[in-house]
Ligand binder design. Structure first.
Ligand SMILES: C[S@@+](CC[C@H](N)C(=O)[O-])C[C@H]1O[C@@H](n2cnc3c(N)ncnc32)[C@H](O)[C@@H]1O
Length: 269
């Protein structure tokens, strides 16, 4: 299911920001930034930026002289990023665009970060070539992509499959189904990158008050509206199944589930 287009309705964008970004994309952005060196001189591209958590986390840590640029294909995501950052609007520049065809001059950026976007690009080589085009010489590229599904998402996919439809259950594993990690360094090299390194990092997916947050997690997925069509009782039953399957991760009313990601770094040749 990798390479599926990632499109979300406005309500799903809000659920994405309120639930998924807090639970996991925020922690992943912090874990990634702890591994790399960002300076105020960097010209930064947050590619497939979603609601802009990478760009926002960078601004918490450094104050780049140039606005941090965020690009995403999904208008709702970009609208939300703009809305969240409106009090700091001069520090960011948000764009709706396809990663294969970026609206920037060659050599613009010294750092591109693509957090959990790679698995949605139908033509990964074309995106890497486009990133190389907009990168200055020796610019850094940082890519993260999930390294398999955690027990939490395996339980979610299984329960959605049983209560709604196996095909829809499978969609919940799509973000974790990136199969090109072995090939990625070769594709990056062909696109003009060097010093390529792939390592694994772990982040904790923290769900505060599982009785509400797990339902938001189910509905914050692109397939969430399909599950909701089956009725609120079905959503409640899926949430109950997940809680029963993940007792070892319970911390009172909260849940902490470890999730592995690949962190790939390179520089533009
Ligand atoms: C899982 S989200 C990650 C968003 C963000 N990086 C974060 O960490 O919250 C994947 C994002 O990739 C975007 N995306 C998918 N295909 C794209 C493309 N061809 N060009 C630009 N963005 C794309 C989706 O719209 C979505 O916002």
């Amino acid at each position: 299911m990798a390479n599926e287009a990632f499109q979300l309705s406005d309500s799903a964008v809000t659920a994405y920001e309120d639930q998924k970004v807090k639970a996991m994309f925020g922690p992943l952005a912090r874990a990634t930034l702890a591994k790399i060196h960002v300076t105020e001189k960097d010209a930064i591209l947050d590619l497939a930026c979603g609601t802009g958590i990478v760009a926002r986390t960078i601004l918490e840590q450094v104050a780049p002289a140039k606005p941090i640029v965020g690009v995403d294909l999904n208008e709702g995501m970009v609208r939300k990023a703009r809305e969240i950052t409106q009090s700091d609007s001069s520090k960011f520049s948000w764009h709706v665009a396809n990663a294969e065809n970026l609206p920037f001059a060659s050599g613009t950026f010294s750092l591109t970060i693509c957090q959990q976007g790679m698995q949605y690009f139908p033509d990964e080589a074309a995106v890497l070539e486009e990133i190389r085009r907009v990168s200055a010489k020796n610019a850094k590229l940082v890519i993260t992509v999930w390294a398999g599904a955690s027990d939490f998402f395996l339980a979610m996919a299984d329960s959605v499959g049983r209560h709604v439809d196996p095909g829809i259950g499978e969609k919940y594993l799509a973000p974790f189904s990136y199969r090109n990690i072995e090939q990625l360094p070769t594709t990056m090299k062909s696109a003009g990158f060097k010093n390529i390194n792939v390592e694994r990092i772990a982040v904790d997916r923290t769900m505060v008050n599982i009785h509400s947050s797990i339902k938001n997690e189910i509905l914050g997925h692109p397939a969430g509206p399909k599950v909701l069509e089956a009725g609120q009782a079905v959503v409640d039953a899926i949430a109950a199944d997940i809680i029963a399957a993940c007792t070892e991760y319970r911390r009172g009313d909260d849940m902490i589930v470890p999730q592995l990601a690949y962190l790939c770094t390179a520089s533009a040749g």
